[in-house]
Design a binder for this molecule. Structure first.
Ligand SMILES: [Zn+2]
Length: 145
């Protein structure tokens, strides 16, 4: 809906920001679609998530594609629900990583970042869904989903 205050969104609101490049990778303008789909950190994160959840390759070109990703993976039931939640947590984590880089100059290593997404999404899943019986070991292997 154009509400995420990326550099390009802020510039369109006449807020003066000299450098429009992505805060995380400095390649391409910082738009919502770039930050969440084509930024190098996002691409590596989605690849790790895809391998972890054993999903087929699904190319995303826009933020809207990400929000529909879980519907096109051949999963159903709680696996589909889990992947939807993982995508939301990953987006939130990408935004936090962007803000930590922009305002604190802290860089995220994708492996640490992926571990954080895995842990936070597990806590969300077992505490906010009706699937309380998923163990951390199953979650890490993405089995019995
Ligand atoms: Zn980028």
């Amino acid at each position: 809906m154009g509400k995420i205050p990326t550099v390009m969104a802020l510039r369109s609101r006449n807020i003066q920001i000299e450098d429009p490049s992505c805060t995380l990778c400095h390649y391409g303008d910082e738009t919502v679609d770039h930050l969440f789909t084509s930024c190098s950190l996002a691409v590596r994160l989605w690849s790790l998530i895809r391998y972890w959840c054993n999903t087929p390759i699904f190319l995303v070109f826009s933020f809207r594609d990400l929000l529909e990703w879980h519907n096109h993976l051949g999963k159903s039931g709680r696996a589909k629900e889990a992947i939807k939640g993982i995508i939301i947590v990953a987006c939130w984590s990408l935004w936090n990583a962007r803000n930590e880089k922009r305002f604190l100059n802290l860089s995220a290593r994708v492996e640490n970042f992926f571990s954080q997404v895995k842990a936070v999404s597990f806590l969300w899943f077992v505490n906010r869904s009706s699937h309380k019986d998923v163990t951390w070991d199953d979650w890490c292997k993405f089995v019995n989903m």
